[in-house]
Ligand binder design. Structure first.
Ligand SMILES: [Cu+2]
Length: 310
């Protein structure tokens, strides 16, 4: 089941935020109903009636004013206290712990690194369910914001600075997130998928990601591999899971195992992949990948090759 709602938290951190959200919503609704109700009552009860002169004039009322000021103060102090405790629960102290995963925001995609396993991937984060993991959040260009509402609080990704965020998922599943800080024209297409796998399945996934995908065996895919090197795709995309240099585009070592193309714009099918390679600027205008002016045969070969990167 996939979802992304604040009201459906699956980690202790998200749960405490969801709770405070609901409490604030209830209190704010009660205040709204009280005020709107009183205003409605007064409008109807004390409306002007034909033949009546001006009503009796009032000049302040200390008792009523003290009451509404005092009650408002109490409500605000209560919410303040609640918020302080929630902040503590939502961001447990991190001390100097090493991050389990480093996530780097790019215009407009997510680089995902598993330092201990020496794996680099993109746009999909796998985590073992039932464990708390420390993320280190960075940015390669402008300010982005990491937000997977069901798993944790949201946190900015600041160029030149790294932030730490705990996430967890009590139950296996797919949890959707998105960039939550406007970061340029394609900000809305900076989606994120977090897969919480049962721990053994996660370990198997990570071990698999650390390996090179098997070399293509059929002629078309081999031609695609060659084109990938010649057409400068390789200058922006690594096809090994543990490259030594940083690239401008997402790591494609296991691209075929991902569900979407270009950070959520298209589902990952051969037809969509052909469309993407042919016209990235039409699919995601402004994207940092140029239209390469390839012919149909070249595109077919590249698709065949990329499909082998399981
Ligand atoms: Cu953004």
């Amino acid at each position: 089941m996939e979802s992304g709602s604040v009201f459906d938290p699956v980690s202790p951190m998200a749960h405490t935020i969801s709770t405070v959200f609901i409490i604030v919503l209830i209190i704010a609704s009660a205040v709204f109903l009280l005020v709107a109700g009183l205003v409605t009552f007064v409008i109807i009860r004390y409306r002007a009636r034909p033949g009546q002169g001006d009503p009796k004039q009032w000049e302040g009322n200390l008792k009523i004013e003290l009451t509404w000021t005092g009650l408002t103060l109490l409500v605000l102090l209560g919410l303040f206290g609640l918020t302080v405790f929630t902040m503590d629960d939502a961001s447990p102290a991190t001390a100097s712990e090493q991050p389990d995963i480093v996530v780097v925001g790019h215009q407009w995609w997510w680089e995902v690194r598993y330092p201990a396993a020496n794996v680099v991937t993109a746009n999909e984060i796998h985590i073992p369910s039932g464990q708390r993991l420390l993320l280190q959040l960075e940015s390669a260009d402008v300010i982005h914001d990491f937000w997977v509402p069901q798993l944790s609080r949201k946190m900015d990704m600041i160029p030149g600075n790294s932030n730490k965020l705990w996430i967890a998922a009590n139950t296996p599943g797919l949890y959707l997130g998105a960039c939550a800080e406007f970061c340029g024209p394609q900000h809305a297409w900076m989606r994120l998928r977090v897969y919480a796998d049962p721990p053994e399945q996660f370990s198997a996934w990570l071990a698999d990601q650390a390996q090179l995908a098997p070399l293509p065996s059929d002629a078309l895919a081999q031609r695609g591999q060659q084109l990938f090197q010649e057409q400068t795709c390789v200058s922006c995309h690594a096809v090994t899971p543990n490259p030594t240099e940083n690239k401008v585009g997402p790591n494609l070592a296991h691209f075929a195992s991902r569900a979407t193309i270009a950070t959520g714009v298209l589902t990952n099918t051969p037809a969509n992949l052909a469309l993407w390679i042919n016209q990235p600027q039409d699919v995601k205008p402004g994207v940092r990948m140029p239209n390469m002016k390839l012919d149909v045969e070249q595109i077919q070969a590249l698709v065949a090759y990329l499909e082998t990167l399981q």
